[in-house]
Ligand binder design. Sequence first.
Ligand SMILES: [Zn+2]
Length: 316
Amino acid sequence: MESFLAAAIFALGLCFGSFLNVCIYRLPRGKSVVTPRSACPHCGDPIPLYHNLPVLSWLILRGKCRSCKQPISPRYLVIEVLTGLLFLGCYGHFGLTLAMLKCTVLGYLLLGLVFTDAETKLLPDAMTLPGLALGIGFSLLVPVNDLASRIMPGLVSPAMRMSGEISWRWWSLADSLLGAAVGASFLYGVAAIYLRARGVEGMGFGDVKLMALIGSFLGTKLTVLTIFAASLSGSLFGLSTVLAVWMKRTRRNRARSASSRASSPISPKHARRRAWQSARLALRYYEMPFGVFLGSMALLAFLFGNRLLHWYWRGL
Ligand SMILES: [Zn+2]
Protein backbone atom coordinates (compact mmCIF):
# COMPACT_ATOMS: atom_id res chain seq x y z
CA MET A 1 0.00 0.00 0.00
CA GLU A 2 2.78 2.35 1.04
CA SER A 3 4.82 1.70 -2.10
CA PHE A 4 1.72 1.95 -4.29
CA LEU A 5 1.03 5.41 -2.85
CA ALA A 6 4.66 6.42 -3.42
CA ALA A 7 4.50 5.25 -7.04
CA ALA A 8 1.24 7.14 -7.58
CA ILE A 9 2.77 10.33 -6.11
CA PHE A 10 5.82 9.94 -8.36
CA ALA A 11 3.59 9.45 -11.43
CA LEU A 12 1.56 12.52 -10.46
CA GLY A 13 4.85 14.43 -10.22
CA LEU A 14 5.80 13.34 -13.75
CA CYS A 15 2.50 14.70 -15.11
CA PHE A 16 2.95 18.00 -13.26
CA GLY A 17 6.50 18.11 -14.63
CA SER A 18 5.10 17.79 -18.13
CA PHE A 19 2.93 20.86 -17.52
CA LEU A 20 5.89 22.70 -15.99
CA ASN A 21 7.77 22.21 -19.26
CA VAL A 22 4.96 24.00 -21.06
CA CYS A 23 5.16 26.87 -18.52
CA ILE A 24 8.95 27.17 -18.84
CA TYR A 25 8.69 27.41 -22.61
CA ARG A 26 5.63 29.65 -22.91
CA LEU A 27 5.50 32.02 -19.92
CA PRO A 28 8.71 33.98 -20.69
CA ARG A 29 7.43 34.34 -24.26
CA GLY A 30 4.16 35.78 -22.99
CA LYS A 31 2.08 32.90 -24.37
CA SER A 32 -0.91 31.17 -22.82
CA VAL A 33 -0.23 27.85 -21.08
CA VAL A 34 -3.74 26.55 -21.83
CA THR A 35 -4.16 26.98 -25.59
CA PRO A 36 -3.10 26.01 -28.22
CA ARG A 37 -2.13 22.36 -27.76
CA SER A 38 1.57 21.45 -27.49
CA ALA A 39 3.46 21.58 -30.77
CA CYS A 40 7.00 20.97 -31.98
CA PRO A 41 8.96 24.25 -31.67
CA HIS A 42 10.78 23.53 -34.94
CA CYS A 43 8.06 22.50 -37.41
CA GLY A 44 4.90 23.45 -35.49
CA ASP A 45 3.49 19.95 -35.83
CA PRO A 46 0.88 19.47 -33.06
CA ILE A 47 1.75 16.72 -30.59
CA PRO A 48 -1.09 14.17 -30.30
CA LEU A 49 -2.32 13.25 -26.85
CA TYR A 50 -0.87 9.74 -26.98
CA HIS A 51 2.58 11.27 -27.51
CA ASN A 52 2.14 13.60 -24.56
CA LEU A 53 2.97 11.01 -21.93
CA PRO A 54 5.70 12.21 -19.61
CA VAL A 55 9.11 10.52 -19.96
CA LEU A 56 7.75 7.58 -22.00
CA SER A 57 7.01 9.64 -25.13
CA TRP A 58 10.47 11.19 -25.05
CA LEU A 59 12.06 7.73 -24.77
CA ILE A 60 9.83 6.15 -27.45
CA LEU A 61 10.58 8.99 -29.88
CA ARG A 62 14.26 8.87 -28.80
CA GLY A 63 14.24 12.62 -28.18
CA LYS A 64 13.25 13.55 -31.74
CA CYS A 65 10.16 15.16 -33.25
CA ARG A 66 8.07 12.50 -35.00
CA SER A 67 7.60 14.53 -38.19
CA CYS A 68 10.69 16.73 -38.65
CA LYS A 69 13.16 14.56 -36.65
CA GLN A 70 14.68 17.63 -35.00
CA PRO A 71 16.03 16.87 -31.53
CA ILE A 72 13.77 17.63 -28.54
CA SER A 73 15.76 19.11 -25.68
CA PRO A 74 16.60 16.61 -22.90
CA ARG A 75 15.51 19.40 -20.58
CA TYR A 76 11.93 18.09 -21.01
CA LEU A 77 12.93 14.72 -19.63
CA VAL A 78 15.04 16.24 -16.84
CA ILE A 79 12.20 18.50 -15.62
CA GLU A 80 9.70 15.64 -15.59
CA VAL A 81 11.99 13.36 -13.61
CA LEU A 82 13.02 16.15 -11.20
CA THR A 83 9.37 17.03 -10.55
CA GLY A 84 8.59 13.35 -9.90
CA LEU A 85 11.49 13.17 -7.44
CA LEU A 86 10.37 16.43 -5.81
CA PHE A 87 6.87 15.04 -5.17
CA LEU A 88 8.32 11.79 -3.86
CA GLY A 89 10.94 13.56 -1.72
CA CYS A 90 8.36 15.85 -0.08
CA TYR A 91 6.20 12.81 0.68
CA GLY A 92 9.19 11.02 2.20
CA HIS A 93 10.17 14.06 4.27
CA PHE A 94 6.75 15.16 5.55
CA GLY A 95 4.38 12.23 5.00
CA LEU A 96 0.87 12.88 3.71
CA THR A 97 0.39 16.27 5.42
CA LEU A 98 -0.33 19.90 4.63
CA ALA A 99 3.39 20.58 5.16
CA MET A 100 4.08 18.14 2.32
CA LEU A 101 1.68 20.06 0.08
CA LYS A 102 3.36 23.36 0.98
CA CYS A 103 6.84 22.01 0.29
CA THR A 104 5.71 20.47 -3.00
CA VAL A 105 4.14 23.72 -4.18
CA LEU A 106 7.26 25.71 -3.19
CA GLY A 107 9.59 23.23 -4.90
CA TYR A 108 7.42 23.15 -8.02
CA LEU A 109 7.44 26.95 -8.33
CA LEU A 110 11.19 27.13 -7.70
CA LEU A 111 11.94 24.37 -10.20
CA GLY A 112 10.03 26.28 -12.87
CA LEU A 113 11.70 29.59 -12.00
CA VAL A 114 15.23 28.16 -11.77
CA PHE A 115 15.02 26.57 -15.22
CA THR A 116 13.32 29.60 -16.78
CA ASP A 117 16.03 31.87 -15.36
CA ALA A 118 18.82 29.57 -16.54
CA GLU A 119 17.39 29.43 -20.06
CA THR A 120 16.03 32.93 -20.66
CA LYS A 121 17.44 35.04 -17.76
CA LEU A 122 13.84 35.95 -17.01
CA LEU A 123 11.69 35.38 -13.94
CA PRO A 124 8.14 35.87 -15.27
CA ASP A 125 5.60 37.71 -13.10
CA ALA A 126 3.12 34.99 -14.10
CA MET A 127 5.13 32.64 -11.85
CA THR A 128 6.48 34.88 -9.08
CA LEU A 129 3.34 36.84 -8.19
CA PRO A 130 0.89 33.90 -7.90
CA GLY A 131 3.69 32.14 -6.00
CA LEU A 132 3.88 35.01 -3.51
CA ALA A 133 0.10 34.82 -3.01
CA LEU A 134 0.35 31.05 -2.46
CA GLY A 135 3.12 31.52 0.10
CA ILE A 136 1.06 34.00 2.08
CA GLY A 137 -2.00 31.73 1.80
CA PHE A 138 -0.08 28.67 3.01
CA SER A 139 1.01 30.54 6.15
CA LEU A 140 -2.63 30.29 7.29
CA LEU A 141 -2.56 26.49 6.89
CA VAL A 142 0.98 25.54 7.97
CA PRO A 143 2.66 27.56 10.75
CA VAL A 144 5.79 29.39 9.54
CA ASN A 145 7.10 29.38 13.13
CA ASP A 146 9.54 32.22 12.78
CA LEU A 147 10.49 35.46 14.52
CA ALA A 148 7.02 37.04 14.66
CA SER A 149 5.49 33.90 16.17
CA ARG A 150 8.06 34.08 18.97
CA ILE A 151 7.95 37.80 19.70
CA MET A 152 4.46 39.05 18.97
CA PRO A 153 2.40 36.76 21.25
CA GLY A 154 4.38 38.19 24.19
CA LEU A 155 3.29 41.70 23.26
CA VAL A 156 -0.48 41.16 23.50
CA SER A 157 -2.19 41.23 26.87
CA PRO A 158 -2.32 37.93 28.77
CA ALA A 159 -6.10 38.12 28.91
CA MET A 160 -6.34 38.12 25.14
CA ARG A 161 -3.84 35.31 24.90
CA MET A 162 -5.74 33.21 27.42
CA SER A 163 -9.07 33.71 25.74
CA GLY A 164 -7.57 32.29 22.57
CA GLU A 165 -8.90 35.26 20.65
CA ILE A 166 -5.80 35.41 18.51
CA SER A 167 -5.08 32.22 16.67
CA TRP A 168 -1.61 31.07 15.67
CA ARG A 169 -2.64 31.81 12.09
CA TRP A 170 -2.18 35.52 12.62
CA TRP A 171 1.38 35.14 13.89
CA SER A 172 2.11 32.79 11.00
CA LEU A 173 0.69 35.30 8.54
CA ALA A 174 2.84 38.02 10.11
CA ASP A 175 5.87 35.74 9.70
CA SER A 176 5.09 35.19 6.04
CA LEU A 177 4.61 38.89 5.31
CA LEU A 178 7.73 39.84 7.26
CA GLY A 179 9.77 37.21 5.39
CA ALA A 180 8.53 38.51 2.03
CA ALA A 181 9.30 42.13 2.99
CA VAL A 182 12.79 41.31 4.29
CA GLY A 183 13.68 39.15 1.28
CA ALA A 184 12.44 41.67 -1.27
CA SER A 185 13.98 44.73 0.36
CA PHE A 186 17.33 43.01 0.83
CA LEU A 187 17.56 42.14 -2.86
CA TYR A 188 16.21 45.55 -3.84
CA GLY A 189 18.97 47.19 -1.80
CA VAL A 190 21.68 45.04 -3.36
CA ALA A 191 20.34 45.73 -6.87
CA ALA A 192 20.30 49.49 -6.21
CA ILE A 193 23.88 49.47 -4.88
CA TYR A 194 25.04 47.37 -7.82
CA LEU A 195 23.38 49.71 -10.31
CA ARG A 196 25.00 52.74 -8.73
CA ALA A 197 28.45 51.13 -8.46
CA ARG A 198 28.74 49.64 -11.91
CA GLY A 199 26.21 51.56 -13.96
CA VAL A 200 24.62 48.40 -15.31
CA GLU A 201 21.68 46.44 -14.05
CA GLY A 202 23.19 43.35 -12.43
CA MET A 203 20.03 42.04 -10.92
CA GLY A 204 16.59 42.50 -12.36
CA PHE A 205 13.41 43.29 -10.53
CA GLY A 206 12.49 39.64 -11.14
CA ASP A 207 14.98 38.59 -8.46
CA VAL A 208 13.29 40.95 -5.99
CA LYS A 209 9.90 39.32 -6.63
CA LEU A 210 11.43 35.85 -6.45
CA MET A 211 12.86 36.75 -3.05
CA ALA A 212 9.44 38.00 -1.88
CA LEU A 213 8.00 34.61 -2.89
CA ILE A 214 10.75 32.73 -1.04
CA GLY A 215 10.33 34.94 2.05
CA SER A 216 6.57 34.34 2.16
CA PHE A 217 7.13 30.57 2.30
CA LEU A 218 10.22 30.49 4.54
CA GLY A 219 9.92 33.38 6.99
CA THR A 220 12.71 35.82 7.85
CA LYS A 221 15.36 33.57 9.39
CA LEU A 222 15.56 31.04 6.57
CA THR A 223 15.26 33.82 3.98
CA VAL A 224 18.44 35.43 5.30
CA LEU A 225 20.08 32.00 5.26
CA THR A 226 18.98 31.54 1.64
CA ILE A 227 20.48 34.86 0.55
CA PHE A 228 23.73 34.02 2.33
CA ALA A 229 23.97 30.52 0.81
CA ALA A 230 23.04 31.77 -2.67
CA SER A 231 25.69 34.52 -2.57
CA LEU A 232 28.29 32.03 -1.44
CA SER A 233 27.48 29.39 -4.07
CA GLY A 234 27.06 32.06 -6.76
CA SER A 235 30.47 33.54 -5.97
CA LEU A 236 32.13 30.14 -6.01
CA PHE A 237 30.49 29.42 -9.36
CA GLY A 238 31.64 32.79 -10.76
CA LEU A 239 35.16 32.27 -9.48
CA SER A 240 35.45 28.79 -10.97
CA THR A 241 34.11 30.13 -14.28
CA VAL A 242 36.86 32.77 -14.37
CA LEU A 243 39.51 30.20 -13.50
CA ALA A 244 38.24 27.80 -16.17
CA VAL A 245 38.29 30.51 -18.85
CA TRP A 246 41.73 31.68 -17.71
CA MET A 247 43.22 28.19 -17.84
CA LYS A 248 41.71 27.50 -21.26
CA ARG A 249 43.05 30.77 -22.67
CA THR A 250 46.48 30.21 -21.14
CA ARG A 251 46.70 26.78 -22.70
CA ARG A 252 45.58 28.14 -26.07
CA ASN A 253 48.03 31.05 -25.98
CA ARG A 254 50.85 28.71 -25.04
CA ALA A 255 50.02 26.39 -27.93
CA ARG A 256 49.86 29.33 -30.29
CA SER A 257 53.19 30.80 -29.14
CA ALA A 258 54.81 27.36 -29.46
CA SER A 259 53.69 27.03 -33.06
CA SER A 260 54.84 30.56 -34.03
CA ARG A 261 58.00 30.68 -31.95
CA ALA A 262 60.24 31.58 -34.87
CA SER A 263 58.26 34.59 -36.10
CA SER A 264 57.01 36.37 -32.94
CA PRO A 265 57.91 34.95 -29.56
CA ILE A 266 55.49 35.74 -26.67
CA SER A 267 56.82 35.44 -23.17
CA PRO A 268 54.88 33.03 -20.93
CA LYS A 269 54.32 35.86 -18.45
CA HIS A 270 52.82 38.03 -21.12
CA ALA A 271 50.61 35.16 -22.30
CA ARG A 272 49.34 34.58 -18.76
CA ARG A 273 48.49 38.23 -18.31
CA ARG A 274 46.62 38.34 -21.58
CA ALA A 275 44.67 35.22 -20.63
CA TRP A 276 43.75 36.78 -17.28
CA GLN A 277 42.51 39.93 -18.96
CA SER A 278 40.27 38.04 -21.35
CA ALA A 279 38.92 35.91 -18.49
CA ARG A 280 37.97 39.05 -16.58
CA LEU A 281 36.35 40.47 -19.68
CA ALA A 282 34.38 37.25 -20.18
CA LEU A 283 33.05 37.50 -16.63
CA ARG A 284 32.03 41.11 -17.05
CA TYR A 285 29.85 40.27 -20.02
CA TYR A 286 28.58 37.04 -18.52
CA GLU A 287 25.27 37.65 -16.82
CA MET A 288 24.94 35.20 -14.00
CA PRO A 289 21.37 33.95 -13.50
CA PHE A 290 21.31 34.65 -9.76
CA GLY A 291 17.75 33.30 -9.52
CA VAL A 292 19.16 29.81 -10.14
CA PHE A 293 21.17 30.03 -6.92
CA LEU A 294 18.44 31.75 -4.91
CA GLY A 295 15.86 29.18 -5.97
CA SER A 296 17.90 26.05 -5.32
CA MET A 297 19.24 27.32 -2.00
CA ALA A 298 15.71 28.28 -0.87
CA LEU A 299 14.47 24.71 -1.29
CA LEU A 300 17.47 23.36 0.63
CA ALA A 301 16.93 25.96 3.36
CA PHE A 302 13.26 25.02 3.62
CA LEU A 303 14.12 21.34 4.04
CA PHE A 304 17.28 21.47 6.16
CA GLY A 305 17.78 25.11 7.25
CA ASN A 306 16.30 24.81 10.73
CA ARG A 307 18.35 21.73 11.47
CA LEU A 308 21.49 23.50 10.23
CA LEU A 309 20.85 26.64 12.32
CA HIS A 310 20.05 24.56 15.39
CA TRP A 311 23.28 22.63 14.99
CA TYR A 312 25.20 25.86 14.47
CA TRP A 313 23.81 27.70 17.53
CA ARG A 314 24.43 24.68 19.69
CA GLY A 315 28.03 24.48 18.48
CA LEU A 316 28.78 28.06 19.52
ZN1 LIG B 1 9.01 18.94 -35.52
